[in-house]
Design a binder for this molecule. Sequence first.
Ligand code: CMP
Length: 140
Amino acid sequence: MAIERTFSMIKPDATERNLTGKICAMLEKNGLKIIASRRTRMTPEKAAQFYSVHSERPFFQSLCDFMCSGPIIVQVLEGENAVLKNREVMGATNPEDADEGTIRKQFAVSLEKNSVHGSDSLENAKIEIDQFFTDEEIFS
Ligand code: CMP
């Protein structure tokens, strides 16, 4: 199995409820190592860039506004099959569809306020990591 890196974000609905530690513990319990982490805020420009793939979707503006509404935690995770593993640990995008034991099932409040983001492919993981971290900020 391949050791991969993926990008993870803890969203404003989760930082507001002080869930950062609980979410990190679930990532670590499932074999994902947090090799970079920073608490920050999205700017409108950064949110629009990060979610540009959704720019034509009806939820785009609301999503960008929400992502700028409070602090976020940006992270790089490393582990075996990290991209897929993180998506398994997160659960389905809509918490109503998420499996028991997943982060979104346990913590998400809605499709928009779904507590975490994770890269959907190795290619996008690299793009997303590069938007927030330099190589000098990542320690495996
Ligand atoms: P995320 O994994 O961060 O990627 C895009 C986000 O858009 C998604 O999580 C949801 O929080 C949000 N979103 C809001 N509405 C929708 C929708 N109808 N379909 C998919 N994603 C949505």
